[in-house]
Each structure stands twice: as structure tokens, then as C-alpha cells.
Design a protein around this ligand. Structure first.
Ligand code: ATP
Length: 303
């Protein structure tokens, strides 16, 4: 009993940490197996998304009773389109993703996929329908093949190689002395931020989810790696319903819809051009970012 208790307790700690960071939620759920803070409804159905329209209907949410985080958040991501959420740090962007994944229950309103309330479907089918590219992918201490194949239990080597090619990491893997058998993770080869994200993209491609959450990296990759990753994300987001949690604005310009969150409320919404024309908070954030980039470019040229 004692032996069982300690690891479970330890997993509880990891659970809280990972739940917070959004990183590798899928991995965690597999690890915890039966651990359930949120239970399936007795008559829970299996979610079989068609186009996967995502709807947040008048969502209210607080982590703690005294402090409300989201207020009347109401939006729809049309099937197969991309919505990006921008806003200052702490405005509630990542919370939207946690709620869609049903890490927490909403306190008011509802979240649905193709009209099915996320509380009415099994958690396994909900989480199976959503792929996440986290901002910081934690790799297993295992081979790179295992780390990609994890996206789809039982995937063949051919599937894994195809996913790695599509994520533009195949050539890199082949250049390693042990190829796909190379050990990665804390005790193996250390991959760069961009390489880790490509592993996450390959994993997601293998899983082939109807809905994609992309938690944009807060720490900037170098601009070449950044552009390559963005091109790939555009590719995998095609025909999938995609929610981009944008900590910077660089990925959002071609999203069909941009939501601007301010203290848990949507204060502006529209396309990039419409929001620039509206000359509000988004336009200010954009101008500030452009000015910063120009400065950085100036510094780089002067150096
Ligand atoms: P960033 O861009 O910095 O990642 P964000 O917009 O994604 O920020 P969230 O992570 O959604 O912000 O957090 C929204 C608010 O909720 C913050 O004020 C945060 O302190 C609070 N919060 C987040 N997680 C918890 C938690 N587990 N318990 C209590 N409060 C929390």
C-alpha cells in the first residue's frame, strides 16, 4: 500500500504542474490512467467530430471562488478554420485551452464541439479529438522513434517516418549516428527548441486530430526556425479547427478570426486587417511589436 501511495502522490504533484503549463497533457493522461478529477457523465457518449465546430457559449470561469478569470466569453470557431487568441499575460488565453480540453469545468455557459457539450462526452474521446502542440515539449527518455510514435499507439515505422518527413525533421533524424533509435530526453540527446517542436508536430500529425491547439512558444526561436515552424503549422492546421494561443502576435495575421482578451473578456474580434482598421487594443499591440522588431533589426544591422 505504502509503495503504491508514494508514486501516486508524486504523480499528483506532476499532474498539478503539467496541468498548469499545458505541456504534454496527453502524455500525462496516459500516465495517470484512471486518475480522474473530472468524471465522465454516466451516459457519456463517444465524441465523433465531423467538421469539429468549436463553440464557447457565454463561458464564465474561475479557478478559485473569489477570483473570476473569464467573463461571458462567447465565440465560435467554424469547422476547419483558425482562431487566434491574443492578449496581455494573464488575460486568460491558456485557460481557454484548458477548458476546451476539459481540465476544469466551466462555472457558467457551455463549451461544445459539433453541438455536443464537452461534459456529455467521454474524456477519452474528447482528448482523442484534440491534438496539442505545446510551447515546451517534454520528451520521454526514450528513442526519437518512440517519442514521435507516441502520438498514435501501434503506429508503424512507415507512419512514423512519414510524419517526421511532413514535420521536416526526418533529415535531421537520419543525420544522427543512431537515426530513429537515438535516445533523446533529459538523459539522451538534447534537442533545440525548434527540433522539439518539430517532434511535437510529427506526433500530432500521426494522431491526426480534428481539433488542434497550438500553444505558441513564448521564447522566440531564431527567425529562420520560426518561419519554418509556422509554415508547417499552417500546413497541419489546414482543414482542422485550430485554436492558437498567441503569446506574441507573429502567428496570428492569417487566422480567420482573432480574439483579443483583456482581463478575461473578449474586447475585440475580427481579422487582422479589420482589427488594424478598428485602431483599438490589437492595433496598439501590433504597432508596439512592429516597433520592437524594427529596433531589433536595427541593432542586428549595427552589430
Ligand atoms: P500568458 O500569456 O502569460 O501565458 P494567459 O493569458 O495564458 O497568460 P492564463 O494562464 O489563462 O493567462 O491565466 C489567467 C489568469 O488565471 C491569471 O491571472 C493566472 O494567475 C490565473 N490562474 C491560472 N491558473 C490558475 C490556477 N491553477 N489557480 C488559480 N489561478 C490561476
Amino acid at each position: 500500500m505504502i509503495q503504491l501511495y508514494i508514486p501516486l502522490n508524486f504523480l499528483g504533484v506532476i499532474y498539478r504542474e503539467i496541468k498548469q503549463s499545458l505541456a504534454d497533457m496527453e502524455r500525462l493522461f496516459a500516465l495517470l490512467g484512471q486518475h480522474r478529477e473530472i468524471a465522465d457523465a454516466p451516459q457519456a457518449r463517444v465524441l465523433a467530430p465531423r467538421g469539429a465546430e468549436v463553440r464557447f457559449a457565454h463561458v464564465e470561469f474561475s479557478y478559485e471562488a473569489k477570483r473570476q478569470i473569464l467573463f461571458d466569453v462567447d465565440f465560435t470557431i467554424a469547422a476547419g478554420t483558425t482562431t487566434a487568441v491574443v492578449g496581455h499575460s494573464g488575460s486568460g488565453k491558456s485557460t481557454l485551452a484548458r477548458l476546451l480540453f476539459r481540465f476544469y469545468e466551466v462555472n457558467g455557459g457551455a463549451i461544445s464541439i459539433d453541438g455536443a457539450d464537452v461534459r456529455a462526452v467521454t474524456q477519452a474521446s474528447l482528448r482523442g479529438a484534440i491534438g496539442i502542440v505545446p510551447q515546451d515539449t517534454v520528451l520521454f527518455n526514450d528513442t526519437i522513434e518512440y517519442n514521435i510514435g507516441y502520438g498514435k499507439p501501434g503506429a508503424s515505422k512507415d507512419d512514423i517516418v512519414a510524419a517526421a518527413k511532413a514535420a521536416s525533421i526526418h533529415d535531421f533524424i537520419e543525420s544522427l549516428p543512431d537515426g530513429y533509435a537515438s535516445m533523446v530526453g533529459e538523459r539522451g540527446l538534447k534537442l533545440s527548441g525548434g527540433e522539439k517542436q518539430r517532434v511535437a508536430i510529427a506526433r500530432t500529425l500521426l494522431k491526426n486530430p480534428a481539433i488542434l491547439i497550438f500553444d505558441e512558444a513564448t521564447s522566440a526561436l531564431d527567425s529562420k526556425a520560426e518561419q519554418a515552424i509556422q509554415a508547417q503549422l499552417r500546413e497541419i492546421a489546414k482543414n482542422r479547427t485550430t485554436l492558437v494561443i498567441a503569446h506574441r502576435l507573429s502567428t496570428v495575421a492569417d487566422a480567420e478570426q482573432i480574439l483579443v482578451l483583456e482581463h478575461g473578456r473578449i474586447v475585440e474580434r475580427g481579422s487582422h486587417l479589420a482589427l488594424l482598421a478598428a485602431d483599438g487594443l490589437y492595433a496598439q499591440m501590433w504597432q508596439r511589436q512592429q516597433a520592437r522588431q524594427d529596433e531589433e533589426l536595427g541593432d542586428a544591422e549595427a552589430a
